[in-house]
Design a protein around this ligand. Structure first.
Ligand SMILES: NC(=O)C1=CN([C@@H]2O[C@H](COP(=O)(O)OP(=O)(O)OC[C@H]3O[C@@H](n4cnc5c(N)ncnc54)[C@H](O)[C@@H]3O)[C@@H](O)[C@H]2O)C=CC1
Ligand SMILES: O=C(O)[C@H]1O[C@H](OP(=O)(O)OP(=O)(O)OC[C@H]2O[C@@H](n3ccc(=O)[nH]c3=O)[C@H](O)[C@@H]2O)[C@H](O)[C@@H](O)[C@@H]1O
Length: 445
C-alpha cells in the first residue's frame, strides 16, 4: 500500500520505518529540513535503538523515502498524521496548530477513497472536527492512537500490546477498517488484539492510558513520601504491591517522577478536557497527579540540600543523567534538568552528564555546565545525584567512583543502585522514599 507519514519526529520516524518493514511503500514528510536530510540518508535524527537499521533497510529496498514537500505524498492512498501536539505556551491545553496546518496542507491531495489517519494524541472532539473539515473532499478520517514508548519505540511499534482504530460509523467505515487491517497485517497475524471504536473513544483511550500511568507513578511517589517519614522502604513496598496481579509491578518505581514529551502534557490536556466538560473529580485528580510529580522533583532538590549540610552554595554536584529517561536523548520536561536547575539556582556548582543527551541539553540550558565524559563530571564532586538510570550508571563500581569524587555522598533519585554495596564501599547513600535513621539524619558537614 502507498502510505504517507506526516511528521517524522519520535513517533513518525519510527512509524514510517516500521510500515516500510511491513512491505508498504512509505513517504515520510516533515517541514524540518535537517530531520529529512538525516532520515533520507538512513540516520535517525535522535537516539532510538534499532531505528537506524530499520531506516536503512527501508531505504535500500526502495520502500521508504522522505521529503519536505507535501507534493511528494500525492500518490498515497492513506495518510498518517504524526505531528506534535505539545502543551500550549499559555494554557494547560494541547496546542493543535501543527495538526491543523497539516490538515490544511493535505487538503489539495484528498479525494474520494483517501483515508486520513490521525496518530497524534489529541483532545476528544478534535477528530470529529477534522472529519467534518475534510468531508467535502470525499476523504474519510480515522483515529489510530499510538502507545509506543521512547527507548523501546521500534519493538513497541512492531509488537504493540493492542491496536485501536477509531472509525466513525457510516459510509466508508468498513473500508477504513479493511485498509487499516491491511496496513497492520503482520501485527494482526501475530495475534495482537485490535479494538474498533468510535472517534471519541479512540482519542480518550490514548490520554486515559497515559494519565493512568502518571497516576500510578504519582501514587507510588506519594506513598514513598510517607515511607520516608516513617522509616519504611517504598522499593520493598512496591515489590510487594507489584506481585498482586491486579496491581502489576510496572510503573511503580518511585523517585524523580515522570517527564518527557507526553505524560506531563497529556495529564494537563486531560485536565483541561475534564474542566471543559465540567467533570470536576477528573480535573482535580489530574491536578493532584501533576502536583505530586512536581513535588517529587522538589523533594530531590531538598534532599540534595540536606546532604550538603543545608546549603548548596558553592557545592560541586555531579548530576548523572539529562534525558527524561534512559535509552533516549529526549530532554523534554526532564526531571534531571529540572533538578539541576533548582540546585544551580540555589548556588550549587552543577555539572550534568548523560550518555546521549548532552548536546540537546546544552543548547536548551546554556546556563548549566555539561560534561560528556562521566569521569570528568564526577571529578571533585561533593555530592553525586543519579537522575536518569542509564545501564552504565547502574553498573558503576562504588570504589572506582569514590576515587574520583571529593566526598562519597550519593543521592539515588531513581532508587536504581544497590544501597548495600555503595554503603559497603564507604558511601553515604540516600534513596527516595526509603526512610531510615541514617537517612533521616543524613546531613554531612
Ligand atoms: N514520542 C512518543 O513516544 C509518542 C508520541 N505520541 C504523540 O505523537 C505526536 C508526535 O509526538 P513526537 O513524535 O514525540 O513529537 P516530535 O516533536 O518529535 O515530532 C513532531 C514532528 O512533526 C513535525 N511537524 C510539525 N508541524 C509540521 C507541519 N506543519 N508539517 C510537517 N511536519 C510538521 C516536526 O518537525 C516534528 O518532526 C504527539 O501528539 C505525541 O503526543 C504518541 C505516542 C508516542
Ligand atoms: O504518549 C506517549 O508519547 C507515550 O508516553 C509514555 O511513554 P514515554 O513518555 O516514552 O516514557 P515512559 O517509559 O512511559 O516513562 C515516562 C516517565 O515516567 C518515568 N517512570 C517510569 C516508570 C517508573 O516506574 N517510574 C518512573 O518514574 C520515566 O523515568 C519517565 O520520566 C507511555 O508509556 C507510552 O505508552 C506513550 O505512547
Amino acid at each position: 500500500m502507498k502510505i504517507s507519514v506526516i511528521g517524522c519526529g519520535y513517533l513518525g520516524a519510527v512509524h514510517a520505518a516500521s510500515l516500510a518493514s511491513f512491505g508498504h511503500q512509505v513517504i515520510g514528510v516533515d517541514h524540518d529540513e535537517r530531520k529529512i536530510e538525516h532520515l533520507s540518508r538512513g540516520f535517525a535524527p535522535f537516539f532510538e535503538a534499532g531505528l537506524e537499521p530499520l531506516l536503512k533497510a527501508g531505504l535500500e529496498q526502495g520502500r521508504l523515502s522522505f521529503s519536505t514537500d507535501f507534493a511528494a505524498l500525492a500518490e498515497a492512498e492513506l495518510h498518517f498524521i504524526c505531528v506534535g501536539t505539545p502543551q500550549s505556551k499559555t494554557t494547560q491545553e494541547a496546542d493543535l496548530s501543527s495538526l491543523l496546518s497539516v490538515v490544511e496542507g493535505l487538503h489539495p491531495y484528498l479525494r474520494p477513497g483517501t483515508l486520513v489517519v490521525g496518530k497524534s494524541t489529541v483532545p476528544v472532539g478534535t477528530a470529529a472536527a477534522i472529519a467534518e473539515a475534510i468531508a467535502g473532499t470525499g476523504a474519510v478520517l480515522a483515529w489510530n492512537p499510538e502507545f509506543l514508548r521512547q527507548g523501546s519505540a521500534v519493538a513497541d511499534s512492531l509488537q504493540p500490546d493492542r491496536l485501536v482504530y477509531g472509525i466513525p460509523k457510516g459510509i466508508g467505515a468498513g473500508r477504513s477498517q479493511h485498509l487499516l487491517d491491511q496496513v497492520y497485517a503482520p501485527i494482526l497475524a501475530a495475534g495482537v488484539p485490535r479494538l474498533v471504536t468510535d472517534l471519541a473513544t479512540a482519542e480518550l483511550t490514548k490520554v486515559a492510558a497515559n494519565a493512568f500511568l502518571a497516576l500510578k507513578l504519582s501514587y507510588i511517589n506519594a506513598v514513598g513520601e510517607l515511607c520516608e517519614a516513617t522509616g519504611a522502604d517504598v522499593t520493598e513496598l512496591a515489590r510487594a504491591l507489584g506481585l498482586d496481579e491486579r496491581i502489576g509491578a510496572k510503573y511503580l518505581a518511585a523517585g524523580a517522577g515522570f517527564g518527557g514529551g507526553c505524560l506531563p502534557k497529556d495529564i494537563r490536556s486531560f485536565r483541561a478536557q475534564a474542566a471543559k466538560h465540567g467533570i470536576e473529580p477528573l480535573e482535580e485528580l489530574m491536578s493532584l497527579i501533576d502536583g505530586i510529580n512536581a513535588d517529587a522533583r522538589y523533594r530531590i532538590a531538598e534532599a540534595a540540600s540536606q546532604l550538603c549540610s543545608g546549603t548548596l552554595a558553592g557545592k560541586k554536584i555531579a548530576i548523572l543523567g539529562a534525558a527524561f529517561k534512559p535509552n533516549t536523548d529526549d530532554i523534554r520536561d526532564s526531571p534531571a534538568l529540572d533538578v539541576a536547575l533548582q540546585l544551580a539556582q540555589q548556588g550549587a556548582e552543577v555539572v550534568v552528564t548523560d550518555p546521549q543527551a548532552v548536546n540537546q541539553a546544552w543548547l536548551q540550558y546554556p546556563q548549566l555546565r555539561f560534561e560528556t565524559q562521566l569521569d570528568a563530571a564526577l571529578q571533585g564532586a561533593e555530592l553525586v545525584v543519579l537522575m536518569t538510570e542509564w545501564q552504565e550508571y547502574r553498573q558503576l563500581q562504588p570504589a572506582a567512583v569514590a576515587s574520583l569524587v571529593a566526598r562519597p555522598v550519593l543521592l539515588d533519585g531513581r532508587n536504581a543502585l544497590d544501597a548495600a554495596s555503595w554503603r559497603a564501599a564507604g558511601w553515604r547513600y540516600r534513596g527516595i522514599g526509603v526512610g531510615s535513621a541514617d537517612q533521616l539524619t543524613a546531613d554531612i558537614s
